[in-house]
Design a protein around this ligand. Structure first.
Ligand SMILES: N[C@@H](CCC(=O)NCCCC(=O)O)C(=O)O
Length: 261
């Protein structure tokens, strides 16, 4: 059976958690649901196996990569900073997987959407740095999640972002400024050379980037478009653009290989 509108297969990155005597590789439901609801894709959670994961084989089979958010932080020595208790928790297995995955996806032109930690991984993967506890820095606002036991309150849309004029994100979301949610303690420090700023917060925090001259869709956002993808216009447009980029690549590669063909 061929699809008139192909269903992109989307690699979704996983956190590593230890519980009940097992090591789990997991992605939050909001991300995998956003792939289905937001772009009509088929999510596949990719274990953070580091060198044991055949990234080239993965990228041959998937149509895009979604880098998820996480409460864990990229290990600071990776970008030349000191590791201290304040920047914990870490997820070394995830770092060892996502950073090479980002570089390989960009090399092959595989569409990539990076969210929050994923956005920070994109900057680090291309040689940039991060700053920790951004809320403690002079002139910066508090970008952490509101204190609440209710997820909808933690992911509330409440922070202004201003879109870079003439950038790709502005064309995607069809807006010059809008509000987003904000659930992060770290932020971009030194922007990687290969990235273009697509949005900033009022305090100057970089909130979105694109990969300069990328072969395909390659966008990262510090906020969480997955959470309100069904109801928030900029979130929905971003996921639909990600989906269309994957469908264009599928078509350019001769369509989906399906069992019936
Ligand atoms: N840990 C990093 C990245 C932030 C991030 O991905 N947040 C998502 C977690 C959502 C939650 O708190 O439930 C940072 O803090 O900057």
């Amino acid at each position: 059976m061929s699809h008139s509108r192909p269903i992109p297969l989307v690699a979704v990155t996983a956190d590593v958690r230890d519980a009940d005597g097992y090591r789990w590789h997991a992605a939050a439901e909001t991300y995998v649901k956003a792939v289905t609801i937001g772009l009509g894709g088929l999510p596949v959670v990719v274990p953070s196996l580091g060198d044991a994961l055949d990234i080239e084989a993965l990228l041959e089979r998937v149509d895009g990569v979604l880098l998820t958010g996480s409460r864990s932080n990229v290990h600071p020595p990776i970008y030349g900073a000191e590791a201290d208790a304040a920047s914990e928790p870490y997820d070394h297995a995830r770092d060892a997987t996502t950073l090479p995955l980002i570089r390989a996806a960009l090399r092959h032109g595989v569409p990539l959407l990076a969210i929050c930690r994923g956005f920070q991984e994109l900057n680090v993967a291309l040689g940039g740095t991060l700053i920790s506890e951004v809320q403690e820095l002079p002139g910066r606002h508090d970008h952490r999640a509101p204190v609440s036991d209710v997820q909808a309150e933690r992911f509330a849309i409440r922070q202004d972002v201003v879109i870079t004029t003439g950038g790709c994100l502005g064309r995607i979301v069809e807006a010059e400024a809008f509000q987003v949610n904000s659930l992060h303690r770290q932020a971009v420090g030194r922007l990687a050379e290969g990235l273009t700023v697509e949005a900033v917060a009022p305090d100057g925090t970089i909130e979105a980037v694109s990969v300069t001259g990328a072969r395909g869709f390659a966008v990262g956002v510090q906020w969480h478009p997955e959470y309100w993808v069904a109801t928030d216009a900029p979130s929905g447009r971003l996921f639909r653009a990600f989906g269309e980029a994957m469908r264009e690549r599928i078509a350019a590669r001769g369509g989906l290989a399906t069992a019936a063909e």
